[in-house]
Design a protein. Sequence first.
Length: 192
Amino acid sequence: MSPIAGGSHVPDPLASTTLSYAAYAEIPADGQRWEFLDGEVFVTPAPSPAHQFAVLRLGRFLEDNLPAFGQDAIAFVSPIDVILNDREIVQPDAVVARRSQVSGRGIEGAPLLLVEVVSPTRPGLDREIKARRYAANGVERFWLADPVARTIDCFRLVEGQYQTTAGGSGTATLDIADLPGLTLPLERLWMA
């Protein structure tokens, strides 16, 4: 129990050693981004304008190119919960899922694509921890964009490991090999 003004107490959802969706759902809305990964809690503040610009542009690109992912594909941008399993809940920057995965709670299970825009304050979270946990949970495709370095790397899950399918920087046009015909002009992603 956590004390609040007036001596009252509210339940502390993180006081339990068992992190679950039920505990996650009890966290009060505080404007922070809460994620549970591999038994750990990660909290990050609101992202930078360059980060959000890239997220918005990637979301538009994904929405415009949904047929590349299949007829039942649907795209979202953050914030949206992706419930990989009961103990791993993330809020990726963009996601493409099957419509059948969408529930009242968020996206249920491993989606077709998760996109992370690297946070300069916690790059290891996106590049290492999330990449490892996404692979462990069977997320087929993972893209990592860095608006500071102006790079994007696209990965596909092959035998439990992510293999690079495309990568580019600056103003290059990226051909995404595992999604034939899909090209991404990178200059659209970066703030001037």
